[in-house]
Ligand binder design. Structure first.
Ligand SMILES: *Cc1c(COP(=O)(O)O)cnc(C)c1O
Ligand SMILES: [Zn+2]
Length: 426
């Protein structure tokens, strides 16, 4: 295949082509997500020389959001071309009290991506995907979502003044539906699982009526996936340009985990961080109601057996995860492990994280903290090694998960005497 750089709509982009993760065949940068040769998934390939030119100083001089890494992303080098809410550069919060509670004796950090504009890490992937979609000429934005993605696509479309149509399973949390519908685009609730929604969206992309619609995680998925790399870059930069020894990451499709691992490898390769003596180890988290990737790892299989998801961690409920085998590969290669938590453990962990850090996570964050606790207890995580745990979403969107566990400590009439009687004065 000849180079298409000259004809590319991606001006000044370091991206060179789409390449098949299965057989390595290359395709031009376009709205294509599967290989014509082997049906394998495609990912963005870059000009290595362009990436290696990037310096810490250049990044530090950029804006306080994902676009500080624009020279490492496939689209959006020119700010005027971006479709974005400017997500990213979210807090990396020290969590010594949480470390003590779970039995870690080394520094523990929470990368709190609930601080993004629509309160989940999905703003990163949507900003990159829609900026690419705009360059490719699409004029309507869409997605198949477990909740947060719909929220983010609807908000990005509203900011850009572009129509949107997002597809969700009809049993999503009300907090996710309301925070999506409020932006005014079309919300299509499907009576089925996420995997059903995703299949329908794939079919829609083949129709004439949806020809100019970009589904961020279907026809422009290779660009979408790239946005997750910024969650690796940011942690390294916030640690003073070094890598943590261990990271714990929630998995739905498994894409986020593979891209954080890839970002760490790139930073070493580009000379932006020093290679840590014994590398870094990647750990994955799922719920007991949807654990196809973790189960494959624990049972020593290379294949992912699809499931029908259940349980409260709905944002992670993908029964047939597109990047599952690559997540398995990354965790095995790094010497990490995967754990899964049931609904009670997830609720407990939401409370634990909130009490010890002041961070209120959605069920995905509870899943990840519950997995962190298990991985330490089982001796899989080294208790003496610096660890980062990723909180990818906001607790206000999944209030039902903890609503029957928390409430007022006291109920008192407004008088000093009533306060005394209730025991408030000791
Ligand atoms: C989508 C999502 C994930 C996982 O993303 P994948 O890349 O599909 O593994 C994690 N946390 C939250 C809150 C999400 O919405
Ligand atoms: Zn292929």
């Amino acid at each position: 295949m000849t180079s298409t750089v000259d004809a590319s709509p991606f001006v000044n982009s370091p991206a060179r082509a789409l390449v098949c993760r299965g057989c390595g065949t290359e395709f031009p940068l376009a709205a294509q997500h599967a290989c014509y040769e082997c049906f394998g998934p495609l990912e963005v390939a870059y000009d290595p020389a362009a990436l290696k030119r990037v310096t810490r100083e250049e990044i530090a001089g950029g804006p306080p959001n994902i676009w500080r890494y624009a020279s490492l992303l496939p689209a959006g080098q020119d700010p005027a071309t971006r479709v974005t809410l400017d997500p990213g550069f979210t807090p990396l919060v020290p969590a010594p009290a949480l470390a003590r509670e779970v039995g870690l004796r080394a520094p523990l950090w929470v990368k709190d991506d609930s601080a993004n504009p629509t309160h989940s890490f999905k703003d990163r992937v949507v900003s990159v995907a829609l900026t690419a979609a705009r360059a490719l000429g699409f004029d309507r934005y869409a997605c198949a979502s477990t909740g947060n993605l719909a929220n983010s696509v609807a908000a990005h479309a509203a900011r850009a003044g572009v129509p949107s149509m997002v597809f969700i399973p009809s049993d999503l949390e009300p907090g996710k539906v309301i925070t999506t519908a409020v932006y005014g685009g079309d919300v299509v609730a499907i009576d089925g699982s996420y995997d059903d929604v995703n299949r329908l969206c794939s079919e829609l992309t083949e129709t004439d009526e949806f020809e100019s619609t970009a589904f961020v995680n279907v026809n422009v998925r290779p660009f979408y996936a790239e946005g997750s790399r910024t969650l690796g870059y940011e942690v390294a930069e916030q640690l003073g340009w070094r890598l943590p020894k261990q990271v714990v990451i929630p998995m739905a499709s498994g894409e986020l985990l593979t891209k954080i691992d890839k970002a760490f490898a790139e930073l070493v390769e580009f000379g932006l961080v020093e290679a840590p003596a014994d590398g870094w180890r990647v750990f994955g988290a799922q719920s007991a109601g949807c654990n196809p990737i973790a189960l494959a790892l624990q049972e020593g299989r290379d294949d992912i057996i699809p499931q029908k998801p259940t349980g409260i961690a709905k944002s992670l409920n993908i029964g047939d995860p597109a990047a599952g085998v690559y997540a398995l590969e990354a965790v095995r290669r790094s010497g990490g492990w995967m754990a899964y938590a049931d609904d009670e453990e997830i609720r407990d962990a939401i409370g634990l994280l909130a009490r010890t850090t002041g961070i209120f996570a959605e069920t995905a964050g509870g899943t990840t903290v519950a997995a962190l606790r298990k991985l330490v207890a089982e001796g899989r995580l080294d208790p003496e090694a610096e660890t980062v745990v990723y909180n990818t979403g906001e607790g206000l969107k999944t209030l039902d998960a903890v609503a029957d566990r928390v409430g007022p400590t006291y109920r008192v009439k407004p008088s000093l005497r009533a306060a005394r009687d209730a025991g408030l004065l000791g």
